[in-house]
Design a protein around this ligand. Structure first.
Ligand code: AMP
Ligand code: MG
Length: 493
């Protein structure tokens, strides 16, 4: 008899043929539970009380299909590093179905690393433990940092080895929760086939899920496009405000929902530098920290192209409307970016000069190779004019820093709120802890080499409350020492 973990529905799996391939996950040899996200399970309304770790391991390895699930591998296309690949799809992922969470929203539950599918091409359909732990840590940290993101529900060891460049590695299955798995590449898949019926069905599905108000619009496709543009503008601004580098912003790794998805070679920048790149395969810095907004806009233009026939039957008209929408991204993004950085400096009112103040600060940080996270957090201690030594440690103790701090203090005065209020604002906007690469690597190594998951669990706990002062987690605050520094990250799929 199969286990029930709640009401799993089949929405995506009821779309027409061609949207997916129906197949179950491939069972694994010896599932063992690494982590299960109880609070997310509760948020989703899953009934897991009394379910043993062994049963959870069977369920979240794909060895036992929960009642009601209709497993499918989803089709999509995508531009990878600028080149269009007409067929990608879930090569190692399976969508189990959707559940309605406590607030009534539909959420996808999907496996990653659950075996080969018709979209696997040359791949083995499996995931190595390292990337599974990385996605678990970083996606949950992003959530705690207030960034829209897919979530981590479970990680399970398979008891099987997967062969990667480094040799045989422990295999794992990751369970991801998303407000949907629709990507820019999902639209491109049908647009490339000039399959307008499917494109229309996909648009209807996406609007129902993410932009129900677009149904009332004169032009639902355009209203939907504008919705995606707005969500992505806000998302990228949040990434920038935290120093997050996604690393593989291919159009198949960009959601319609505005959630961050597909944590591969992602990493957080330490010393501020817009040219920061970590991914081993991003040789030309296409996806560098400072290029993320431009790339997002490029990706959104690909979405707009896919939607053209649904925006207007007159191609010229459609192109004009879509281009105007895409141009709007820059404005929305700059507004969100300025607001995010103003907030980091404790400012709520908008003044024209603020952008320049932030730019001057960032330039100084770049010259001094100042740690992005800790420099902003140091503004907390500098609200009191008597105590700006910490900030000066990062920015340098000279006239340039004097001028910057003076300018900022004058600006604080014009906010007209108390010192305590400013401190509360700065603390709430600037995390003390981010998933630093060397700490993530350390947790992965302990698990991979010594089967020791304690560093992983401890790091994950430390990142659940990234804005709080907590002496217990002090070790996670400092940037990497030169010998610890991780300069290159790998997809390592
Ligand atoms: P990613 O780089 O993880 O976004 O994946 C890009 C494409 O490669 C997607 O279609 C994946 O499903 C596919 N893929 C990645 N790793 C594997 C694997 N181990 N086996 C099969 N397909 C894979
Ligand atoms: Mg992907």
């Amino acid at each position: 008899m199969s286990l029930s973990i709640g009401q799993i529905e089949a929405h995506y799996a009821r779309l027409p043929e061609g949207f997916f391939a129906a197949l179950p996950p491939t069972p694994v040899a010896a599932p063992r539970l690494i982590a299960f996200n109880d609070s997310l399970a509760r948020e989703l309304g899953l009934s897991i009380d009394g379910v043993s770790p062994e049963e959870l391991a069977r369920l979240f390895s794909g060895n036992e299909i929960p009642r009601g699930a209709t497993p499918v591998a989803v089709a999509y296309a995508g531009h990878q590093f600028g080149s269009f690949v007409p067929q990608l799809g879930d090569g190692r992922a399976i969508l189990l179905g959707e559940v309605r969470d406590r607030s009534g929203q539909l959420r996808d539950i999907a496996f990653k690393g659950s075996g080969r599918t018709p979209y696997s091409r040359g791949g083995d359909g499996r995931a190595a433990l390292g990337p599974v732990l990385r996605e678990y840590i970083v996606s949950e940290a992003m959530h705690a940092l207030g960034v829209p993101t897919t979530r981590a529900l479970a990680a399970v060891l398979t008891g099987e080895r997967v062969l990667r460049e480094q040799g045989p590695l422990p295999g794992a299955v990751f369970t991801r929760v998303a407000s949907s798995h629709l990507r820019v590449g999902t639209f491109q898949f049908f647009a490339a086939r000039e399959d307008q019926d499917s494109l229309r069905a996909l648009l209807t599905f996406a609007i129902e899920r993410h932009d129900p108000s677009a149904k009332e619009s004169d032009n639902p496709a355009l209203a939907f496009l504008n919705g995606v543009i707005e969500r992505q503008a806000h998302l990228i601004a949040r990434w920038m405000a935290l120093g997050f580098v996604h690393g593989v912003m291919n159009t198949d790794n960009m959601t319609i929902s505005g959630e961050t998805i597909d944590y591969g070679p992602c990493a957080f920048m330490e010393a501020y530098d817009p040219a920061t790149v970590f991914s081993s395969i991003d040789q030309f810095g296409r996806y560098a920290y400072g290029r993320q907004a431009a790339i997002a806009q490029w990706n959104l233009a690909r979405l707009a192209e896919a939607l053209l026939p649904l925006i207007d039957t007159d191609e010229e008209q459609a192109v004009k409307q879509a281009s105007d929408a895409i141009s709007g991204f820059a404005h929305l993004y700059h507004k969100a970016y300025d607001e995010a950085f103003r907030t980091k400096l404790g400012l709520k009112k908008r003044e024209d000069e603020d952008h320049d103040l932030v730019a001057s600060l960032l330039l100084r940080m770049q010259q001094k190779q100042a740690d992005f996270t800790l420099t902003f957090r140091a503004f907390l201690s500098a609200v009191d004019p008597q105590s700006d030594q910490t900030l000066r440690q990062y920015l340098g103790d000279d006239d340039v820093t004097d001028a910057l701090i003076t300018r900022w203090r004058e600006r604080l005065l014009r906010e007209g709120v108390s010192q305590t209020d400013i401190e509360t604002r700065i603390k709430a906007a600037n995390p003390k802890r981010i998933p630093r690469n060397h700490r993530v690597e350390e947790a992965i190594q302990a698990a991979q080499v010594s089967d020791d998951f304690e560093p992983f669990h401890r790091l994950a706990r430390a990142l659940q409350c990234p804005y709080d002062d907590d002496p217990e987690y002090e070790t996670y605050e400092a940037p990497a020492a030169p010998h610890e520094r991780v300069r290159v990250t790998f997809c390592g799929t």
